[in-house]
Design a protein around this ligand. Structure first.
Ligand SMILES: [Zn+2]
Length: 409
């Protein structure tokens, strides 16, 4: 089996050290000192002195095909933006167009260092096919709703998609993707929860994203969105709740106790809702928190580095104090905690972990001094510093062609 290595400063949530990551097949075979890499029979060595190697970043909530809507309606209130711009355009999607824009979004994610996406959208079948063809690790869910009549989101198609893709692909894993707590009935949620129980599939749902969602659920059921999820049978380690802008302490406690994950999307929240959830609080309650870019409209770009940075800055505002969340935790959210949310053996540079890796060229002024690595990765790096993205042991994005391997070491 082909072996290659990435060398530089190796940074994961657990440690920072110089060395080489030896890849064989789709896994990390070994972590070795740089000077010993030649003894491992590798065909190529990428990286060297001014490079950083990290586990691939995980975009735990996104809608890649919505790249098509980038920049549209930025001057409108959220409700009007949805009603006048987004929904009418969504009703006009063709399969061909979905494929085209999903491809663009996935390429953008790979270029910026995401090795895994967790997508939630219509025409999931097309998105799954594009993801598989491009080679990214993808969790894909067909958005379903039954309380709103939206032809693209029929529950039947959701179940059909899930069954079609179950155990079919090494890279694409189908999820169950009810849209939100106010757009899906309790009956449908219960049916989805049963299927998740039976199959072990992740449930990916927008949770307490807007004030309207919370008040509608309260009016209908006399419950908070988390109370409703509990009644439906969703409160377990397979639940991936996105946003959580309007959750309270009792919700945090229940979610943490259940082992559920929250995906924090601060850029999207602040742009659409002028508010976000307190990240410090989520972490203090012991919740597993991952990071998501959400849709390129409103967030502008699928760049996980920008999301880490925004999460860190906004956490100070919600906590009311400086340095509320250390860079290492923010980096953990984009790597290891994201992997935990999705149940994949990734997010660390360790033998036996999936070879989902990113090589960063750190010879630029904003990486000097090359110390305080977590801080550099969160506050100084950006997607355009990514030199190479490896998924499942395959190099999918690469900025330059290297010469002989010894040259840069
Ligand atoms: Zn979303």
């Amino acid at each position: 089996m082909r072996r290659f290595a990435l060398t530089g400063v190796l940074v994961d949530y657990e440690s920072v050290t110089r060395g080489a990551v030896v890849v064989e097949g789709n896994e990390i075979l070994a972590i070795v000192p740089e000077e010993e890499v030649g003894e491992w029979g590798v065909e190529e060595v990428y990286g060297g002195k001014d490079y950083i190697v990290i586990p691939g970043l995980i975009n735990a909530h996104t809608h890649v095909a919505m790249t098509k809507f980038r920049g549209l309606g930025e001057d409108l209130p959220t409700e009007v933006w949805l009603e006048r711009i987004i929904w009418p355009m969504e009703l006009k999607w063709t399969r061909r167009e979905i494929r085209r824009w999903a491809e663009l979004g996935i390429r953008e994610a790979l270029m910026n260092g995401s090795t895994t996406i967790n997508d939630h959208y219509f025409f999931a079948d097309e998105i799954a096919k594009v993801a598989e063809r491009l080679g990214i690790r993808a969790f894909v869910g067909q958005t379903v709703m039954d309380k709103i009549d939206f032809p693209l989101a029929s529950p039947e198609e959701g179940f059909r998609f899930f069954k079609r893709w179950r155990n079919r692909s090494e890279l694409v894993t189908p999820t169950l993707a009810p849209h939100a707590t106010n757009t899906v009935s309790l009956e449908l949620m219960t049916e989805i929860a049963e299927l998740s129980e039976e199959t072990g599939a992740r449930v990916h749902i927008h949770l307490a994203q807007s004030e309207a969602e919370v008040s509608e659920v309260k009016r209908h059921y006399g419950l908070s969105p988390v109370g409703l999820l509990k009644r439906a049978g969703f409160l377990n380690e397979r639940l991936i709740g996105v946003h959580g802008v309007y959750l309270d302490d009792s919700d945090f406690e229940r979610l943490a106790k259940a082992g559920s994950s929250i995906v924090h999307c601060p850029t999207s929240n602040v742009k659409l809702e002028a508010r976000t959830v307190g990240l410090r609080k989520l972490l203090d309650f012991g919740l597993n928190v991952a990071l998501g870019n959400d849709s390129p409209n409103p967030t502008g770009i699928l760049d996980p580095f920008l999301e880490m940075r925004t999460a860190g800055i906004v956490a100070n505002l919600t906590a009311g104090r400086a340095h509320a969340v250390p860079p290492r935790e923010l980096f953990g959210m984009a790597t290891l905690f994201g992997a935990r949310a999705l149940g994949v053996k990734a997010g660390l540079l360790k033998p036996g972990y999936l070879a989902d890796l990113v090589l960063i060229k750190a010879d630029k002024p904003w990486f000097k001094p090359l110390e305080n690595l977590y801080s550099l990765l969160v506050y100084s790096a950006r997607g355009s510093d990514v030199e190479m993205t490896v998924v499942n042991g395959r190099i999918l994005h690469r900025k330059f062609t290297w010469g002989p391997s010894s040259q840069s070491i």
